[in-house]
Design a protein around this ligand. Structure first.
Ligand SMILES: C[S@@+](CC[C@H](N)C(=O)[O-])C[C@H]1O[C@@H](n2cnc3c(N)ncnc32)[C@H](O)[C@@H]1O
Length: 306
């Protein structure tokens, strides 16, 4: 198995057993991003594909909004995610409006110029060759069609949001240093590095290592594939997490490093890590502090020229 196929398989399968939990938390924190993506493609003619659809949060909402007029198809490589996506479609009466297929974002099973719009939420950072995913979107989208691609991201350093974030970072640093805040997913990633031995294979796509802001990369990737940028934006949200257990579940599901490392860790190491996790969270709550999940999202919207 080539290294690239191996990474894709292990990345997608890391979600298989956590699909229910992933779905619960993505439904809680991703609604604003789903709306942003779908609002930008509402005027496009033709079918819509959702790349790296997971449990179908975007695909199913697209089915609700546009189903009947267009075909909506979600593609993903995780059997567990696709299985739950199909069950949700059935439970919500959306099986005709939204379909799901197992497929690789870097090798889409659609013919040239056949799709009205492609959307993708929080998936591009999982692809080892994002340039291939953008080339594939360019190939399958019709001339005049659109893409809307979103990635978890810090704001660009020199943007208004970037300056605002830098100012806020100072007060957050103070909160964290005085033990009154823990923030996902840096919190679990730090504990994982401390308590679980390092893996031999990469846990994140190599091009994302040490990168925090994705606005520039998304625009460059879209332009290199041939798209014309219509708009790029950054949106941020903060969620306060009520309980220590929810904070554990959210982080161990959303952090690729934690999800993969915990899956292969020795039970006694996981126990030690969890003990430390609970201790730290309870200490913060006892001081009247908070457990937070901050999510920033870079979105690029681009058209395929006529
Ligand atoms: C963070 S989840 C996002 C899921 C969904 N879009 C959401 O926002 O709830 C990333 C998804 O990308 C999928 N994925 C990873 N590599 C993939 C690939 N090469 N092709 C298609 N999907 C892939 C994973 O299986 C996972 O479901």
């Amino acid at each position: 198995m080539s290294e690239q196929v191996d990474f894709k398989t292990s990345d997608a399968s890391s979600y298989d057993l956590l699909a229910d939990r992933f779905d619960h938390y993505t439904e809680l924190v991703s609604e604003y991003a789903v709306d942003t993506l779908l609002d930008t493609v509402s005027d496009c003619d033709g079918d819509i594909i959702d790349i790296g659809c997971g449990t179908g949060i975007v695909t199913l909402e697209a089915g609700r909004r546009f189903g009947g007029d267009k075909k909506i198809i979600g593609v993903d490589l995780s059997d567990g995610m696709l299985d739950l996506a199909n069950r949700k479609a059935e439970a919500n009466g959306l099986s005709d409006a939204a379909k799901f297929e197992k497929a690789d974002a870097e090798n889409l099973p659609f013919s040239d110029n056949s799709i009205g719009a492609a959307v993708s939420l929080y998936a591009i950072r999982h692809f080892p060759h994002p340039e291939k995913a953008f080339e594939e979107m360019f190939r399958v989208v019709k001339p005049g069609g659109r893409i809307a691609v979103a990635a978890g991201s810090s704001p660009s350093l020199f943007s208004i949001n970037g300056i605002a974030a830098a100012v806020k970072r100072i007060s957050r640093e103070i909160m964290q240093r005085t033990g009154r805040e823990l923030a996902a997913c840096d919190h679990i990633d730090g504990l994982v590095q401390e308590f679980l031995s390092s893996p031999t294979a990469s846990e994140v796509a190599e091009w994302t290592e040490h990168r925090h802001s994705y606005s520039g990369s998304l625009k460059t990737l879209a332009c290199l594939a041939g798209f014309h940028i219509v708009k790029d934006q950054w949106i941020g949200k903060q969620f306060e997490i009520a309980s220590v257990q929810e904070f554990w579940e959210l982080q161990t599901t959303f952090s690729s490093v934690a999800r993969k490392r915990l899956k292969n860790a020795r039970p006694k190491d996981v126990k030690t890590l969890k003990y430390k996790f609970d201790e730290q969270c309870n200490a913060v709550l006892a001081r009247g502090g908070r457990l937070v999940y901050r999510v920033g999202t870079a979105v690029v919207i681009a058209n395929k020229p006529l």
